[in-house]
Design a protein around this ligand. Structure first.
Ligand SMILES: [Zn+2]
Ligand SMILES: [Zn+2]
Length: 182
């Protein structure tokens, strides 16, 4: 039995150049078809002027309401800085075993850390983040296997420590073919 397919909704042109490649990496990891759509959405209502960030809880709900459907896992991709009230920022979040999630490239760009831009690095980080949120949507909780993409990440360095892939334990939980550690 295969997993539900994936729908990626790109909002506000997050890294348009690499979106196609991202879709391929994500689809390959879960062995599902990926549908990529770029849409326009006014993000002003979600901006918190005090924090100068965008409300990740409201945006997740909005993505789910507008684009969510029961046969697929939908992830909204953003270019803006996301927060939830209890954290200073989030890379993304998803409903556990739900149908929707969100992820942002905002804090994944080298430029944010005073380094030269690097599309390859950005692609790696963003695909890990999207795969991680999809993992939650497919029902996976955080994993403690070293380098598994389902490990939780607080800083961008944590993301860099992880592989772009699920560990065999996580793959087994999803009914995916396990692969030899390499
Ligand atoms: Zn997580
Ligand atoms: Zn794992």
């Amino acid at each position: 039995m295969s997993l539900p397919s994936v729908q990626l909704i790109a909002i506000g042109n997050p890294e348009i150049k690499i979106l196609g490649e991202l879709s391929k990496i994500v689809g390959h990891e879960f062995a599902v078809p990926v549908n990529l759509r770029t849409i326009y959405m006014d993000l002003n209502p979600y901006f918190d002027p005090t924090r100068k960030q965008y409300n990740g809880n409201v945006l997740l709900r909005e993505i789910d309401l507008n684009f969510g459907n029961d046969d697929t896992k939908t992830i909204g991709l953003f270019a803006v800085d996301l927060f939830i009230p209890i954290l200073t920022y989030i890379f993304g979040q998803a409903y556990l075993n739900g149908r929707s999630g969100i992820a942002s490239a905002y804090r994944l760009r080298n430029e944010r850390y005073g380094l030269p831009g690097d599309d390859e690095v950005l692609k790696q980080r963003f695909s890990k983040e999207i795969i991680h949120e999809l993992g939650h949507a497919y029902g996976l909780i955080h994993c403690h296997t070293p380098r598994c993409v389902m490990q939780s990440s607080t800083y961008v360095e944590d993301i860099d420590q992880k592989k772009t892939a699920l560990c065999n334990d996580c793959r087994e939980k999803l009914g995916l073919v396990t692969i030899k550690p390499g």
